[in-house]
Design a protein around this ligand. Structure first.
Ligand SMILES: [Zn+2]
Length: 389
């Protein structure tokens, strides 16, 4: 053992100094200008001539790193400097991603890996105001200092609502960006080679992107957009990137934003008896713009009906059935234990406007019954009184 000790110590010294060199002697930075450029820079001392410098970057959640060879490299008196300017599009950097990056240096005798650093690829075309509330960070622009607090409160409410009607899941930490206009939001996505899909942002980005265009209506806009987008984000996380049936996903998002009760398109269709069969939501979700609007209104309305009739847990169960692999139709029929055709009839009966006399009866039936009963009672009394005479 004693004979090996010096060798062991020597080896330990070599390894510690090699890693100390890699850890301590490099400065590795990235400065991102959203949609334009990311400037990477490496500075450090390397005793041997460096033959090749490669930069690796990997957004969190992306499978493979993107790699690029540094051309602008100088090494004088062991001081190495490498610079890389990268067009974010070339590396397909997702907006709002946390990006890990590291360098590999080739010398004639070894490869040195510089410890990784990270940067946050945020849309920094704006000067964002920031408010952190627990694990939620709100970013917004403009002069309204209160908007962040308001938005944080809406996030908290939306989370509570979604906790009740979805299987347990959390999106934490959560970043919320409130853009000053739809144009700014969309250009932000396009600068990262993304765009809206079906009218909203890609939930795989993992951030909430909404707009508050008008300070006077901001509260209203946010109290619709935040729960809607958060529902999409949570459903995406629940399905681990898979899909819920479209009617369920969009219906849920519309339900939590409070859409549906006052939907003119649904009222008109119910009155004209032109609602779509519920089965169509599953097997033939329309593509025509007018029909899409009706199908979405029906989706939200059906979910509200299920919630009112069977409770929040029924909505959770439908989601759980879908996550368990149930078909679009079976998710409903298994949970509610009735055929879709029956559900269609019951739902329609619930949303159909009742004739005025029916409504009157439903609201005042008990009183009418009491009045009638007392009339009958007096009639009997009167008759028996007459008979005695
Ligand atoms: Zn949506």
């Amino acid at each position: 053992m004693k004979r090996w000790l010096p060798v062991f110590l020597l080896l330990a010294l070599v390894f510690t100094s090699a890693s100390a060199l890699a850890q301590a002697d490099f400065a590795s930075t990235a400065v991102a200008e959203y949609g334009q450029n990311v400037a990477f820079r490496l500075e450090g001392v390397v005793a041997e001539p460096v033959e090749r410098v490669d930069l690796f970057l990997q957004p969190v959640g992306v499978e493979r790193p993107f790699t690029i060879q540094a051309i602008r490299v100088t090494q004088t008196a062991n001081q190495l400097v490498a610079n890389v300017d990268l067009d974010p599009m070339d590396a397909s950097l997702p907006p709002f991603a946390t990006v890990r990056f590291w360098w590999e240096l080739q010398t004639a005798v070894q490869t040195i890996t510089v410890p990784e650093e990270t940067f946050y690829y945020e849309d920094n075309r704006f000067t964002w105001r920031k408010l952190a509330a627990g694990d939620v960070t709100v970013h917004w622009t403009g002069n309204d200092a209160e908007l962040g607090q308001l938005a944080a409160e809406i996030v908290a409410q939306s989370r509570a609502t979604l906790d009740d009607i979805l299987p347990p899941t959390a999106v934490s930490p959560l970043n919320l960006y409130i853009y000053p206009s739809t144009g700014d939001l969309r250009s932000g996505l396009r600068l990262a080679d993304r765009d809206w899909q079906n009218g909203h942002t890609d939930p795989s980005l993992g951030v909430l992107l909404v707009t508050a265009v008008n300070p006077l209506t901001a509260a209203d806009e946010l109290s619709r957009a935040i729960p809607h987008e958060l529902a999409h984000l949570r459903l995406y996380r629940l399905a681990a990137g898979g899909d819920f049936p479209h009617w369920f996903e969009e219906g849920m998002a519309l339900l939590v934003e409070g859409f549906g009760e006052e939907s003119g398109v649904l009222e008109t269709a119910v009155a004209a008896k032109t609602t779509l069969p519920l089965l169509n939501l599953c097997v033939a979700f329309p593509e025509d713009a007018n029909e899409v609007e009706l199908a979405l209104a029906q989706s939200a309305s059906l979910l509200r009906y299920i919630q009112n009739q069977f409770g929040d847990q029924a909505l959770r169960q439908v989601a759980t059935a879908y996550l368990g692999g149930a078909s679009c139709e079976a998710g409903l029929t298994q949970t509610l234990d009735m055929p879709l055709a029956q559900l269609n009839v019951d739902w329609l009966a619930d949303v159909a406007p009742q004739p005025a006399w029916q409504t009157f009866l439903a609201e005042n039936g008990l009183w009418l019954l009491l009045i009638l009963a007392s009339f009958a009672f007096f009639a009997v009394l009167l008759q028996s009184g007459l008979q005695k005479k």
